[in-house]
Structure formats: structure tokens, C-alpha cells
Design a binder for this molecule. Structure first.
Ligand SMILES: Nc1ncnc2c1ncn2[C@@H]1O[C@H](COP(=O)(O)OP(=O)(O)OP(=O)(O)O)[C@@H](O)[C@H]1O
Ligand SMILES: [Mg+2]
Length: 578
């Protein structure tokens, strides 16, 4: 796991190295202090040698100052390295996610991706900052204290033979128990973030259905699940502390017990015994520190694994095998016996044996009940998903031949669930094509019938839309999305139910504008109303992932019973409502 994330320490390795050296040196100085102290007690005081005591005192002060400076330096370097590592990890994940296909994103869910980018990275950052100090300090302290203690008295050091295995067993038990709990902790955090993300972004829907209580309860459930698991995980950790303290003080008592007679029989000096206490405390403290580190590591391994999952996810739609020079020649679209399913494991096809040939410049209407796979069909054209069988061709070449950039610039799609971003209308439109001129903006908005309402706004194109475009009506938003797609000057324009919130008169005006202003562009229009696509060159009727029939309005009226039924029922609706 460490090897996988190591590359992301790039740019901060010098900080890590220096920090580690500082921490090690700091620990060594700290460990030597009790030795100097022992010299004062055992040599300076009995001889009444004041200059010696002062000299040694001076040495102690100097050593403390150096050790403090090293400590401050180490902490600073560790903080810089930790933050840098975190920033690298976040950037790498974010950059990689930008290459994800729809399918990759669905695999993780947006909420989990957000947790992995924020929470998990924070945990890694903290591990790095704390770990750099503790992981160096603890072993250095442990080793040097052990060596120094043994040089003072081999006999007394034997108490460690009892204390250390006891501590090791305790630490092992804790880590075995706590590791899986930390993994669950991250999963619960994902769950919670899912609710927060989903419900807060849909807070308007929640309010309009008066579902606040339901949502509150849903949140409360997951929140307390998260609390429960944290309590258990950190409970074990805190439970370990008193036991460790018990072992530490037990060891000190044992040393006193055996050490005191040795002092009276002059086998050991007073100063040596007291510095031995200090070393024992330090040895046991560093052992405790080590077990804390292990626990922290088991948590960060869980986080690191989740981050590595994102970084290692292979984008399933790439430009591999594409010809970088290939440009979409014209707006013809062909489906050669295409089948598709969203998940490879699923037994059902979402699209089955689609054979459809559209000539450049045609207007094609797509009709079908909800769930008949209309959206699925058109999403294969800009290669938002990859066909499982058969070939999808645009401009005469398989879609895989083009780089995604060239393909998607040529095939503009207004998604069924579309979003505007916070910012002005102009910013949102230019997002479709940053090089568009003012005249392009005007033309696109005119074709999408968005110009009339934009001109009525006091600030026109500079009106701020608010987050997700809350300041415009549903129909206005749809028209802005169409204008944004038109700015790409696409060869193929796909509208997935994009005028559902636009009144019929405006809908007709938009279609009229398309016919006169975009004669070259192939237009694929998914619609619920037959009137929206009646005059199309080709109408495709979908049912349950298959093409039921295709033809012009007149042909379908003549031969397709279903089409006639739908048409008549929609006409009756019109008659009824006047
Ligand atoms: N991302 C997805 N993952 C898995 N299954 C999906 C996904 N999107 C759609 N489906 C399934 O594919 C089928 C076709 O869905 P699709 O969205 O293409 O229908 P549609 O004709 O566009 O319907 P509507 O008119 O309601 O927009 C449905 O059964 C749906 O459950
Ligand atoms: Mg749809």
C-alpha cells in the first residue's frame, strides 16, 4: 500500500528526509540528558565540585535547546510534507476522475468519490505528519534507551524481559480488533455522505414533498451507525491506555524493588538508578507510541486502499486506438446490429440488435415509452457508454476511431438531466465553446429561442444563475442547455427530451429554427409528444430496448398500430384541453 502511494510524495521527499533526520537527532539528544544528569548526581554532588556541576548543567541546557530546535524543525517539516502529500493525492485523484466514463463513476458513486477526495486524504495527511515524527522517535527512543539502560545495569534490565512481551501482546490484540473497525468506519462515512450529498442537492424536492421528517430520520440512522462504530473503534483504543500504564508503573515498581538493595550495597549509584527510571518510562512510552502508530496505520491503510482504488481504476473509455487526426467528416450515424447492457453481469440486454442508419443532415425523431432505452440508444453516439456488440459509426467511421474530444465536439448532446453551473449566463454558454464570439452567442440563443427571455433580464447575458441555475425556470434552463450545445456547431445534435418543459409554440419555433439554421446538422430528437417529431425525416419507435418500427409519420400512421394509438391518444388530449 505504501509503495502504491509513494509516488505522490513527489516534491516533498527532501522535507521527509530532513524531518526524519531531525526527529531522530531530537530523540537521541533527549535520551542522553538523563546520562548527564546522572553524572551530576553521582560525580558532581558527592565531590562538592560546583564548577563541574555548573559545567554539566550548561551542557544540559545546551542539549535541551538543540533538542527543542530539532523538534520544532521536525514538526514543521512533517507538517509541510503531510500537507504536500495530501494535496498531491487530491490532485491526482481529481485529475484521474476527470477521465472516468459514466460507468466508472457509477461504480464508485459520487458520494464515495467525494469522501475519498476529502476524508480519506485528510487521514493520509495526518498519518504522514504524525507518523513522520512518531515512527522515527519511537524506535530511536526505544533502542537508545534500551542500550543505555543495559549499560547501566544488565541485571535490572531483565525486568524488560517480562514487560515488553506483555505490551507486545496487548498491542497485537488491539490492532487485530481495531483494524476491521476502522475499515467499517470509512464505509459508514461513505453512507452518511451519500445521504448528505443526495438530499442536500435535492432539498427542493424534499421540501415540496414535505419529506423532511423522513430525511431527518434517514440521516439520524446513518449518523448513529457512524457514531456507534466510532465509539467501538476508539473505545478499544482508550481501553488499551490504562492497561499499558499499569504495565509501565508495574515495571517501575519492580526496578525500585530490586534496585534499592543494590544502591545500599553500593552495586549501583543513586544517579544511575534515577536515570534508569527515566529510561524505563521512555522505553515503555515508546512502545505505547508504537502501538498507537500501528493503530493509526491500520486506519490509514483502509483509507490508502480506498484512494488507491480510485487511482487504479482503469477508465473504460479511452483514446487508445483512436487516430488523433481523425475528424468527424459528416453527420451520418449508423448502428450496425448494436447490443448493449449497463452491467456485464446482467442477463438482460438494455439494447438489443439495433440496426439504424441515419444520413447526414436528417432530422430523426425517437419515440417510446419510458424505460424503452431511448436515452441509452443516443448515449452510445458520443460514446458516453461503449456498445457491447456491434459497431456505432459516426461520419462513416467507428466512434472508437476518434479521440473523445473530436467525437464529442462533433456530437453535441443535451442530456435528459442537464445542469447549468453557478456563474453568469455567458459563462455557462461559453462552457460549450470557449472560443465562441458574441455573434455566435446571439445566433445560438436565437435558434434555441433563449434570446427573448435573456433580453428581458436586466443584466442580459451577465445575469448570475446561482448554484445549478436556480434562477431560471425549467423551460428557460432547457433552452439555455440547447444553446450551449449549439455553440459547439455540432455535426450531430442530440436532444434527449430537451423541450419537455417548453411550451408547444416555442417548441415548434425551435424546430423551425433548426430546420432553417442547421440544415447540415443531423438532429436526433427524443420526445414524448408526437407533434414534436411529426415532420421528422425518420421516426424511430422504441420498445423495451428494440426498434419496433421506423419510417416517416405517414408510413407509420399507415402501418403501425401502436404509433396510431399513441398519436390518437395524444390528439384526444389536445382536443380535451382545447
Ligand atoms: N445508468 C444505468 N445503469 C443501469 N441501468 C440503467 C441505467 N440507465 C438506465 N438504465 C436502465 O435501462 C433501461 C432504459 O433506460 P433509458 O433511460 O434508456 O430509458 P428512456 O427510454 O430514456 O426512458 P425515459 O423516457 O423515461 O427517459 C431502463 O430499464 C433503465 O432501468
Ligand atoms: Mg431517457
Amino acid at each position: 500500500m505504501i509503495r502504491k502511494l509513494y509516488p505522490y510524495t513527489r516534491g516533498y521527499r527532501v522535507f521527509i528526509l530532513l524531518g526524519v533526520l531531525c526527529s531522530a537527532a531530537e530523540a537521541v539528544f533527549e535520551m542522553l540528558l538523563p546520562r548527564v544528569m546522572a553524572r551530576i548526581v553521582d560525580v558532581g554532588i558527592p565531590m562538592g565540585d560546583t564548577p563541574y556541576i555548573l559545567k554539566m548543567g550548561g551542557v544540559m541546557v545546551a542539549m535541551s535547546v538543540i533538542s527543542m530546535a530539532l523538534g520544532v524543525g521536525a514538526a514543521f517539516l512533517a507538517a509541510v510534507a503531510g500537507q504536500g502529500f495530501g494535496a498531491n493525492l487530491r490532485q491526482a485523484q481529481y485529475d484521474h476522475i476527470q477521465n472516468f466514463s459514466f460507468r466508472n463513476i457509477e461504480k464508485f458513486s459520487t458520494a464515495s468519490l467525494i469522501t475519498r477526495l476529502t476524508n480519506d486524504v485528510n487521514a493520509m495527511q495526518m498519518t504522514m505528519t504524525m507518523g513522520m515524527r512518531l515512527m522515527v522517535r519511537a524506535p530511536v527512543m526505544l533502542l537508545s534507551a534500551l542500550v543505555l539502560a543495559v549499560t547501566i545495569s544488565i541485571r535490572l534490565s531483565r525486568v524488560f524481559l517480562v514487560a515488553m512481551p506483555l505490551l507486545a501482546i496487548l498491542a497485537g490484540l488491539l490492532i487485530r480488533h481495531v483494524g476491521p473497525l476502522f475499515r467499517q468506519l470509512q464505509e459508514r462515512t461513505d453512507d452518511l455522505n451519500l445521504v448528505v450529498q443526495e438530499d442536500l442537492s435535492a432539498i427542493r424536492v424534499v421540501k415540496s414533498f414535505v419529506r423532511e421528517d423522513y430525511e431527518r430520520e434517514k440521516f439520524q440512522k446513518r449518523n448513529s451507525a457512524l457514531r456507534g462504530i466510532s465509539e467501538r473503534a476508539f473505545g478499544f483504543v482508550t481501553l488499551g491506555m490504562p492497561v499499558m500504564m499499569l504495565i509501565t508503573y508495574g515495571t517501575i515498581i519492580a526496578v525500585m524493588w530490586y534496585g534499592a538493595p543494590m544502591v545500599s550495597s553500593s552495586e549501583l549509584l543513586v544517579g544511575e538508578l534515577s536515570s534508569l527510571y527515566t529510561y524505563i518510562t521512555q522505553i515503555l512510552m515508546s512502545l505505547m507510541m508504537l502501538s498507537m502508530i500501528m493503530m493509526m496505520l491500520s486506519r490509514s491503510v483502509a483509507c490508502a486502499r480506498r484512494i488507491a482504488e480510485v487511482l487504479e481504476e482503469v477508465p473504460d473509455i479511452t483514446d487508445d486506438g483512436a487516430d488523433p487526426g481523425a475528424k468527424v467528416a459528416d453527420g451520418s450515424v449508423d448502428f450496425d446490429h448494436v447490443s448493449f447492457k449497463y452491467s456485464a453481469e446482467s442477463g438482460e440486454w438494455n439494447l438489443f440488435d439495433i440496426d439504424l442508419h441515419i444520413k447526414s443532415g436528417m432530422t430523426v425523431g425517437i419515440l417510446g415509452a419510458t424505460g424503452s432505452a431511448k436515452s441509452t440508444l443516443v448515449q452510445l453516439i458520443p460514446r458516453l457508454y461503449e456498445a457491447s456488440h456491434g459497431t456505432v459509426r459516426v461520419g462513416g467511421r467507428p466512434v472508437q476511431d476518434y479521440t473523445t474530444e473530436h467525437l464529442r465536439d462533433a456530437c453535441a448532446m443535451v442530456l435528459q438531466k442537464n445542469t447549468l453551473f453557478s456563474g453568469t449566463i455567458r459563462e455557462n454558454l461559453l462552457w460549450g465553446n470557449e472560443h465562441a464570439t458574441e455573434a455566435d452567442l446571439e445566433a445560438a440563443c436565437a435558434a434555441a429561442c433563449a434570446d427573448e427571455f435573456i433580453h428581458r433580464l436586466p443584466e442580459g447575458y451577465d445575469t448570475d444563475l446561482g448554484q445549478g441555475g436556480v434562477n431560471v425556470s425549467g423551460g428557460q434552463k432547457q433552452r439555455l442547455c440547447i444553446a450551449r450545445a449549439l455553440l459547439k456547431k455540432p455535426k450531430v445534435l442530440i436532444l434527449d427530451d430537451s423541450t419537455s418543459a417548453v411550451d408547444t409554440a416555442t417548441d415548434a419555433k425551435i424546430r423551425q429554427a433548426f430546420a432553417t439554421q442547421l440544415p447540415e446538422t443531423t438532429k436526433l430528437i427524443i420526445a414524448q409528444r408526437i407533434t414534436s417529431i411529426m415532420d421528422a425525416d425518420l421516426i424511430v419507435v422504441m420498445d423495451d430496448g428494440r426498434i419496433l418500427d421506423q419510417g416517416t409519420h405517414q408510413e407509420l400512421m399507415d402501418r403501425s398500430e401502436i404509433y396510431r394509438d399513441v398519436y390518437q391518444s395524444q390528439q384526444e388530449g389536445v382536443d380535451l384541453h382545447g
